[in-house]
Design a protein around this ligand. Structure first.
Ligand code: G3H
Length: 229
């Protein structure tokens, strides 16, 4: 069973200041998370391969038992590709920069970028409340439909932008790690866990938490790994 791993970037310097949007780098703590994530996903990849080989050897043994000690010369199954997708923003790219390119196919995709907050980019929520009180109130009353001023996006806009990637995720059979942002993570998790649209903007998806999705015939199994140094 292939797996979809998904997480937010490591803590950024803007996160430490409470600013939204922007394109800041990782903080010291964010870099530590990135280093641990790199090792953790490598361990998961190796474990997955080991289990795949054990299953294959078990099947060979069964075959031999069944066929009077005859066994076929079936080659070992090839190892599955392991993809790593990030957004085009520094904080996600830096989170995966130590992944070994011989083992992981790393790609940076604009569709995985954070919601664009337009005129409110790089502001704190408190600054938005002070400078644009009406905008702040409008978003609070309907976070799903609210679109930031100055060519900004709404949750619905991001849902539409992320949709082709979700279709691709459904279709493919590779293992994958997605390193993205709060809004996109909420949308992907909601899709696979059948959360209603209205609840998406309010889902709790903290930093430094890695989700593992295992799509099955009857639904998706979800496991959460929390990194807390
Ligand atoms: O930078 C944007 C924030 O991560 C979005 O979070 O939709 O809960 O305000 P929010």
């Amino acid at each position: 069973d292939r797996r979809i791993w998904i997480t937010r970037h490591g803590e950024s310097t803007d996160n430490t200041l409470g600013r939204i949007g922007g394109d800041s780098s990782l903080s010291e703590r964010g870099r530590k998370f990135a280093a641990c994530l790199t090792k953790f996903i490598k361990m998961q990849k190796d474990l997955f391969r080991q289990k795949q080989l054990e299953k294959y050897r078990e099947e060979l043994k069964e075959e031999k038992k069944r066929y009077l000690n005859f066994s076929s010369s079936e080659p070992e199954p090839p190892e599955r590709n392991f993809l790593v997708w990030t957004s085009m923003l520094k904080r996600t790219i830096e989170t995966v920069e130590k992944f070994d390119s011989k083992e992981f196919d790393v790609m940076h995709i604009r569709f995985l970028n954070e919601i664009y907050a337009g005129a409110c980019e790089e502001m704190t929520y408190q600054q938005i409340e002070e400078e644009y009180p009406e905008e702040y109130a409008a978003r609070k009353s309907n976070k799903l439909y609210y679109r930031y001023p100055g060519m900004g996006e709404s949750y619905l806009d991001v849902i539409h932008r992320v949709n082709p990637l979700i279709i691709e995720l459904e279709r493919m059979t590779d293992n994958i790690l997605i390193v993205t942002h709060r809004v996109v993570l909420r949308i992907v998790l909601a899709y696979f866990s059948d959360v209603e649209k209205e609840k998406v903007p309010h889902m709790d998806v903290p930093l430094h938490t890695v989700y593992c999705l295992q799509p099955k015939a009857y639904g998706t199994e979800l496991l959460k790994w929390v990194w807390d140094e």
